[in-house]
Design a binder for this molecule. Structure first.
Ligand SMILES: Cc1cc2nc3c(=O)[nH]c(=O)nc-3n(C[C@H](O)[C@H](O)[C@H](O)COP(=O)(O)OP(=O)(O)OC[C@H]3O[C@@H](n4cnc5c(N)ncnc54)[C@H](O)[C@@H]3O)c2cc1C
Length: 411
């Protein structure tokens, strides 16, 4: 069997790349070893973060470092045993987070994430998936005046980057979200982002769109990829498949394949968890809400989904959902959480790079491409990534400057 292009990995990123290639007349086979959208793209908080122009930086202030060093913060935990292996990429992450470097990251990132809504909009319309999406933003809520004021200053600065918001005092917050207990000093309504009630269903809807464009999906193992003369070959459940172009979009597993092909990247993961809760009594929570303490509670098809922040551990180490219990204890007095739905705890790994930007573009071998490393914003940037990579692969003029995302920025 042959295709013009094979896309390895069918998360939100791989499916979006596949759609954009198929749209440009390429014969495309999308390959996954499991269910389409069944891994990291399954369990996220569902936020399409148009406001997310400033990716999460490594803490640099001494006070912050001391707080995280105690390893009791809700938004970030680590395992001591994982630190030796993580020390090199984390040192680079720290270095790229210094103010002068971080300002450049934000400059580039803001230009890309500005397209997150419009690129999703096109696919949502074509996939007739509008019912999965709410278009009225999400809310950051604050427990301390200091954090509330600091975030208002940052939000005002980011207006220059096209990010809109509305400051809510405690009374306005209560009016907008009567389900919340009065424990917050105020909120910031991020008015532009969209929220997805079932991220898995959205990726599946995009898969149907891909198939309607003539694309094929097959089960297969990306780790079997090898060079075959001018072509690449990968094993699928129906036999070997050849293609001139191959895209590695295997999310947190992309690094395994690149390393096997001789390319080492300073890649690491931030693990995260979710759990679902039945809605409690009283008014229903309307918006997805991010608590300053370091978690999100979002109304989803399956119940109220609580998602946790970062956990620095080996990707394949056994789940250690300590942050779920800690976040639940913090959230329960404030949010309308009923009982936890049995068996609903899920773990995923955000694929991360030290300079906080994804890798989109040619890899180190002819015909080999990458679309990975989207960290906290893979759902947000999936369709924009798909378009950017497809434009590069087909020789079109890219709609944003691809230079900041090149793989060869890492030596
Ligand atoms: C708790 C949490 C909350 C988050 N919240 C948000 C949010 O609100 N908004 C946002 O934008 N982002 C969010 N993210 C990040 C986002 O979910 C990820 O960035 C995104 O899902 C990555 O998509 P992907 O397609 O690169 O990876 P994945 O979805 O993991 O897809 C990779 C695919 O590759 C396949 N694969 C792996 N190995 C092989 C192999 N050998 N052969 C074949 N296939 C293989 C896997 O089966 C998988 O389907 C969150 C992440 C977490 C963990």
């Amino acid at each position: 069997m042959r295709a013009d292009a094979v896309v390895l990995g069918a998360g939100i990123v791989g499916v979006s790349v596949a759609i954009h290639l198929a749209r440009r007349g390429r014969s495309v086979t999308l390959i996954d070893r499991g269910e389409v959208g069944g891994e990291t793209s399954f369990g996220n908080a569902g936020l399409i973060q148009r406001e997310g122009v400033a990716p999460y930086a490594f803490p640099r202030a001494l006070g912050q470092l001391a707080r995280y060093g105690r390893n009791r913060a809700l938004d970030m935990r680590f395992s001591w045993r994982a630190l030796p292996a993580l020390s090199a990429p984390l040192a680079q992450y720290w270095w790229h987070s210094r103010p002068s470097s971080y300002a450049r990251v934000v400059h580039d990132y803001a230009r890309f994430i500005a397209h997150s809504l419009t690129e999703h909009a096109a696919l949502i319309d074509e996939a007739q998936a509008g019912a999965l999406v709410s278009r009225d933003g999400f809310i950051n809520v604050f427990r301390t005046t200091r954090a509330f004021e600091t975030e208002q200053v940052a939000a005002a600065e980011y207006r220059a980057l096209g990010v809109e918001h509305r400051v809510l005092d405690a009374a306005q917050l209560a009016q907008m979200e009567p389900a919340l207990a009065p424990v917050f000093v105020g909120g910031i309504h991020r008015t532009q982002p969209w929220t997805v009630h079932d991220p898995f269903a959205l990726t599946q809807a995009y898969l149907r769109l891909f198939k309607s464009l003539g694309g094929r999906f097959q089960r297969g193992d990306g780790m079997t990829l090898r060079e075959d003369g001018e072509d690449w070959e990968v094993q699928t459940e129906t036999g070997p498949l050849q293609a001139r172009d191959v895209v590695i979009a295997m999310g947190p597993w992309s690094d395994d394949l690149l390393r096997r092909l001789g390319r080492r990247l300073p890649f690491f993961v931030k693990r995260g968890y979710h759990a679902h809760y039945r809605p409690g009594e009283g008014p229903a929570q309307v918006h997805a809400i991010h608590d300053e303490a370091g978690y999100v509670v979002a109304p989803m098809a399956a119940g109220l989904r609580l998602t946790t922040g970062a956990q620095f551990m080996r990707r394949d180490a056994a789940p250690a959902p300590v942050q779920v219990a800690a976040c639940e204890a913090m959230a329960r007095p404030a949010f309308p959480l009923g009982e936890q739905i049995a068996g609903s705890i899920w773990m995923g790994s955000r694929p991360c790079t030290p300079d906080m930007k994804p890798i989109i573009g040619p890899a180190h071998r002819r015909g080999l491409w990458a679309a990975t490393g989207h960290a906290h914003h893979g759902l947000t940037l999936g369709p924009a990534t798909g378009r950017l990579l497809a434009e590069m692969m087909t020789g079109e003029t890219p709609f944003v400057d691809p230079a900041p995302y090149r793989m060869d920025r890492f030596r």
